[in-house]
Design a protein around this ligand. Structure first.
Ligand SMILES: CC(C)(COP(=O)([O-])OP(=O)([O-])OC[C@H]1O[C@@H](n2cnc3c(N)ncnc32)[C@H](O)[C@@H]1OP(=O)([O-])[O-])[C@@H](O)C(=O)NCCC(=O)NCCSC(=O)C[C@@](C)(O)CC(=O)[O-]
Length: 308
């Protein structure tokens, strides 16, 4: 079966299901996308890319990461990129921040929203941010306190919610524990990262059930599409009431500490799928194509989204 037909068959199953009427898409391309592309994009091109994305109707575009240049050289120009992009009034431009050093740099350039990023796997936490889960939560707590003092909004991530490249299966209870800590700290939303795309609809259902104590409207899903299962997994999450989906234009990128690189589900695929199901996203598909053509041209990369 072609990719389009396969996707349509998945969507068809949800035609008469009760799903949210509107979904917010958080665009990941400039951060999760570009952090794992081999080519380091020039700062001025990143600025052009983000400005094109700002015209698409996203409410949030994750812009960059204030992390160590030695660890992720692709994000080494965070201050310059953040300073130079046009800030559209209805768009939030969150940035990743792992510690106080990153927060201080972000504050200097006037960032209004940050995301702290934890994991449900000890091994992944060590590889990704060089500390245990417990130590990461202490660091995030300091970051959150200072961010709140500065009127900054804080999003949280939990990586490896469906499995870890180093530890294998991750128990949903571990995800619930880290999620709980992030909410207690003051994150307004927690995004659940299937970092290596090993999720399945069954695992997604189990995860949603394990997280049923939380307000579902405060949970987002962040699926990487390694095995073409992101859309079926998103559909299960929407069925449980999730209304926020992270995705990356043309399926760019992945996490540098996730072993096999695998990009986020492509934004175009998500928008097309949700449109097909009558779910509003507010995204202008023509402008999305312009942003996607621009970045794919620059990276000499194929757009892997599914269009119909
Ligand atoms: C967290 C650290 C910094 C710890 O790294 P470390 O080496 O343990 O840090 P340190 O405190 O020992 O400092 C070492 C050096 O780094 C500098 N440093 C320290 N902090 C910063 C900072 N914020 N910005 C810039 N520089 C920094 C610090 O100043 C010092 O510089 P030196 O004295 O050697 O010249 C490092 O491990 C790191 O940067 N990791 C980045 C990891 C990353 O960005 N991963 C990808 C994003 S996560 C992801 O993609 C998953 C997600 C969110 O999408 C969800 C999903 O899909 O699952």
């Amino acid at each position: 079966m072609s990719r389009v037909n396969n996707l349509l068959a998945q969507l068809q199953k949800y035609k008469n299901t009760s799903l949210p009427k509107k979904v917010k898409i958080v665009e990941m391309g400039p951060r999760d996308g570009l952090q794992n592309e081999k080519t380091i994009v020039q700062s001025e091109d990143k600025v052009k890319f983000i400005n094109l994305l700002s015209k698409c109707g996203f409410q949030a575009i994750e812009t960059t990461s204030f992390v160590s240049k030695k660890w992720v050289p692709q994000m080494g120009d965070a201050s310059e990129v953040y300073s130079k992009i046009d800030k559209f009034p209805n768009v939030s431009y969150p940035v990743l921040v792992p510690n106080i050093i990153g927060l201080d740099q972000a504050l200097k350039v006037g960032v209004k929203e940050i995301a702290v990023f934890g994991a449900a796997s000890e091994a992944f936490s060590q590889k990704n941010i060089n500390c245990s889960i417990a130590d990461s939560l202490k660091r995030f707590n300091d970051v959150v306190i200072k961010a709140q003092q500065n009127g900054i909004k804080i999003r949280g991530y939990v990586s490896c919610v469906m499995g870890c490249p180093y530890e294998g299966d991750i128990h949903p209870q571990k995800v619930a524990e880290v999620t709980q800590k992030l909410f207690e700290m003051g994150c307004y939303e927690v995004s659940l990262g299937d970092t290596i795309g090993v999720g399945t609809p069954e695992k997604t259902k189990n995860l949603m059930q394990a997280l049923s104590q939380f307000d579902i409207k405060k949970l987002a899903v962040h699926f990487h599409d390694t095995y073409d299962r992101a859309i079926p997994n998103i559909l299960v999450a929407l069925e449980h009431g999730v209304e926020v989906v992270d995705s990356s234009v043309s399926g760019l990128g992945g996490c540098p500490y996730a072993g096999k690189p695998s990009g986020n589900v492509a934004t175009e695929t998500v928008v097309n799928s949700l449109n097909y199901l009558g779910i509003e996203t507010g995204i202008d598909r023509e402008n999305l194509k312009k942003a996607s053509d621009f970045i794919c041209g620059l990276l000499n990369r194929q757009n892997i989204s599914i269009n119909f």
